[in-house]
Ligand binder design. Structure first.
Ligand code: PMP
Length: 364
């Protein structure tokens, strides 16, 4: 058959498990869709900024034309914001696309990528899809063990993936730990520093990886509009890298990989500092609300720097089922090698409260 003749490395891929649509879950559970609380995909509970929504609506006026494949306006806005040159940028269909494009440009058969145990699921997927070998390095306290990762780099390693904060564990590396790591990595190995949740970092946690590219031309910083900017449904992410790295990636990406609606919304979202600050503040308070509840319930959790938190319940499948029956959707992470843990995204205060009440009942 056609399928049996697909390359072995494609046939060996374990598919990414997306959550079910809310409408389908509501039907299965016999619950009204409106009463479901979805805290499963690290989305922004505030939705999107009104400025981004207006820009997206404006872009609907002309969908007959192709989007700007060079993303001129969004790149100009990113350059002004981060003090980089347009040649350093790659715009992706979500930061997922950035990870794929980097893998496409630098991986292939006979090459390898290094990533951590319990790290974001797309790293092994993108690696395998290119026929490259994945080197998974055991985690330390659920986070990246940077010394072990540096030591695991093989002669054929072309990419090291680091998520900071990491999903699904929420673990966080200090800027200076990453700098020390970068100094150890050979400069012909690309370090993909995935900062999907960076906008949630506290003032004390913040560091400026973009400024390091001048010193470490093998560093790529990956960011997204899906989380704090609230545009997950539109799919926009970006990479900031050395111009030579960005150039190769721009050669292999799809010429029109990001829609005109997404480009317009992202540009407007980038300018809405107030919405970003509001999102981070809501997240900070929600994190206290959830971790206070875990403490009261005697549950273990992993301190998280993201907009989600992973907690231990033992029978995660059973607790997940009990939560679903109460209309609360969280994310089981057995696929990440953590069968006794669940990941919950931080929602609005009342959503967090619904989750806490449902969890209390699920555990009783
Ligand atoms: N990196 C990390 C660490 C993530 O958690 C996610 C989203 N789950 C992504 C990248 C990809 O997000 P997007 O494609 O929406 O930018």
């Amino acid at each position: 058959s056609v399928a049996s003749h697909a390359p072995d490395h494609i046939r060996a891929i374990t598919p990414y498990q997306p959550g079910k649509p809310i409408s389908e879950l509501a039907r299965e559970m016999g619950i009204a869709e409106a009463s479901i609380v979805k805290l499963a995909s690290n989305e922004n509970p505030l939705g999107m900024s009104t400025r981004a929504r207006d820009a997206a609506r404006g872009a609907l006026a002309d969908l007959a034309r192709y989007p700007d494949g060079g993303a001129f306006a969004l790149k100009a806005a990113l350059c002004a914001r981060f003090g980089v040159k347009a040649e350093q940028l790659v715009i992706g269909n979500g930061s997922n696309d950035i990870l794929e494009i980097a893998s496409q440009a630098f991986l292939g058969a006979g090459r390898s990528a290094v990533y951590a145990q319990h790290a974001f699921a797309v790293y092994p997927l993108a690696t395998q899809a290119r026929g490259a070998r994945g080197i998974e390095v055991p985690a330390k306290h659920f986070g990246h063990d940077l010394d072990a990762m540096a030591a695991a780099i093989a002669p054929d390693t072309r990419i090291v993936f680091i998520a900071n904060p990491n999903n699904p564990t929420g673990t966080f590396l200090l800027g200076r730990e990453i700098e020390i790591f970068l100094a150890k990595v050979p400069q012909d190995v690309l370090v993909v520093l995935d900062e999907a949740y960076t906008e949630y970092l506290s003032a004390e946690q913040r560091y400026d990886a973009i400024a390091w590219i001048a010193r470490f031309p093998n560093l790529l910083v990956s960011r997204t509009f899906s989380k704090a900017y609230g545009l997950a449904g539109l799919r926009v992410g970006y990479a900031i890298a050395h111009p030579e790295v960005a150039d190769l990636m721009n050669r292999v990406r799809q010429p029109f990989n990001v829609s005109s609606v997404a480009l317009a919304a992202a540009e407007a979202a980038l300018a809405d500092d107030e919405f970003l600050a509001q999102s981070a503040e809501l997240n900070r308070r929600g994190m206290v609300q959830l971790t206070d509840a875990f403490a009261a319930l005697g549950l273990e959790w992993i301190p998280s720097a993201g907009n989600f938190v992973t907690f231990k319940v033992g029978d995660a499948a059973g607790v997940n089922r009990a939560l679903l029956q109460q209309g609360v959707i969280v994310r089981p992470i057995a696929g990440y090698g953590m069968p006794h843990w669940l990941r919950v995204s931080i929602g609005l205060p009342e959503e967090n409260e619904r989750f806490i009440a449902a969890l209390r009942r699920a555990l009783a």
